[in-house]
Design a binder for this molecule. Structure first.
Ligand SMILES: Nc1nc2c(ncn2[C@@H]2O[C@H](COP(=O)(O)OP(=O)(O)OP(=O)(O)O)[C@@H](O)[C@H]2O)c(=O)[nH]1
Length: 389
């Protein structure tokens, strides 16, 4: 009996011991020893998003703070490829028609009258003079038309249009060489000086001209020799950077001749096709202008021939513009005229007057403020736009 009691006691003790260890083991698996306390996460910056804060809280203690990525460099401006110059006047014809239509219509109506008496011819002459054709050319046109009308006798609308077209073309001149010399010769670039009074659209024309040439496949360098106005150089820089043409410029007030010299020198070194030099056009005194432009030209000619001197004239300024043109022509040997703002005037007759005045052809016409609103001048397209045909 004693053995039985002892055996039961041993079994009870064994069971109790087993239960004790079992319970302890289960507790240990549920709660492992605590790891050493992690250092406090750095405070999130003010305004940081919740996502950033959460990420920082779970970050391993040894992780170094991520350095801020440097800002990406600004993307270089895309280089534009302007359209070629061929056919531009035709494309911009609507602008010309809009501004010059009144002239063409009035002349056609007057010439189509049943009877063309002296009063009618006077009216035709007045219309031409008002369109800035100039007094002498207007008289010449009327005299020629009078003779032809007498010879023809009858006048159908087509005949009238044909007569007027022939006469205007004869006055504008179909045989002038209106091409621009922009091709390099030998190891030298073609050099163009752009001259004219400030405000006529000179700097804009340099920029547009660079686009015309780039559109025609040439490489161009611009010289900002209008150092009188810092904004002119900035303007030129903007035009140049759009088509990938480098600009040589100096500080405001620098010697224009030295800027022109540097521009041509760089043009030779870089082997560009054409260097376009924008010049200052202050007309305070003729001597001052002569000194400045004369010096620019002389200095450029130490390195390269000047192929073109383009005079920029604002078509809306009429007789005043012609007076300015005369002064420039006396100072430099102008080889071509760029007539700007023809889109803003009904006085297209200035083409005839200015060519007659200077004995130099209009080579370019400005027909708007858009970057590609400069066109090589084409007499036939111009007259067709005037007459609406
Ligand atoms: N409507 C029209 N505006 C033009 C034309 N050509 C130039 N302009 C405008 O005429 C204004 C004067 O042009 P600029 O090129 O700054 O004149 P600028 O002669 O160079 O004057 P400076 O820079 O002071 O020498 C600008 O607002 C041009 O956009 C054109 O053919 N048609």
């Amino acid at each position: 009996m004693e053995y039985v009691i002892l055996a039961i006691a041993i079994v009870v003790l064994a069971v109790a011991t087993g239960v004790f260890f079992l319970v302890r083991g289960a507790r240990g698996a549920a709660a492992p020893p605590r790891p050493p306390e992690a250092p406090k996460a750095p405070e999130a910056p003010r305004g940081g998003t919740a996502v950033i804060e959460e990420e920082e809280a779970v970050a391993p203690p040894t992780r170094a703070p991520t350095p801020e990525a440097p800002p990406a460099p600004p993307a270089p401006p895309a280089i534009e490829i302007p359209p070629p110059s061929a056919g531009r006047l035709i494309r911009l014809r609507a602008r010309l028609s809009r501004s010059q239509n009144a002239l063409g219509k009035t002349l056609l109506i007057l010439l189509s009258r049943d009877t063309l008496d002296d009063d009618a011819w006077d009216e035709i002459e007045d219309t031409l003079v008002q369109a800035d054709v100039g007094v002498a050319p207007a008289r010449q046109i009327v005299d020629d038309l009078r003779t032809k009308v007498k010879v023809y006798g009858t006048r159908t609308p087509d005949e009238v249009r044909g007569l007027l077209k022939d006469e205007l073309l004869a006055q504008i001149g179909k045989d002038w060489d209106r091409s621009l010399r922009t091709r390099p010769h030998g190891a030298q670039p073609a050099v163009m000086l752009v001259v004219g009074v400030n405000g006529t659209g000179k700097t804009t024309t340099c920029g547009k001209l660079a686009r015309v040439l780039v559109g025609d496949g040439r490489t161009v360098l611009l010289g900002a020799a209008d150092t009188f106005r810092a904004a002119a150089a900035d303007q030129l820089q903007t035009w140049g950077s759009r088509v990938g043409a480098e600009v040589v410029r100096r500080e405001e007030g620098a010697d224009p001749a030295s800027v022109a010299f540097e521009a041509v020198k760089k043009g030779i070194e870089d082997r560009v096709d054409t260097v376009i030099v924008d010049t200052a056009g202050r007309l305070h005194t003729k001597t001052g202008l002569m000194d400045e432009l004369g010096k620019v030209k002389r200095v450029v000619e130490k390195q390269a021939e000047v192929d073109e001197v383009i005079l920029v004239l604002d078509a809306t300024t009429g007789q005043n513009g012609l007076r300015q043109a005369r002064v420039f022509a006396e100072v430099v040997n102008v080889t071509g005229i760029a007539l700007t703002k023809l889109d803003g005037t009904a006085k297209g007759g200035i083409v005839i007057a200015v060519q007659r005045e200077l004995g130099v052809p209009v080579k370019l016409v400005g027909l708007g403020e858009g970057p590609d609103d400069l066109a090589p001048f084409d007499p036939e397209g111009f007259v067709d736009a005037i007459l609406g045909g």
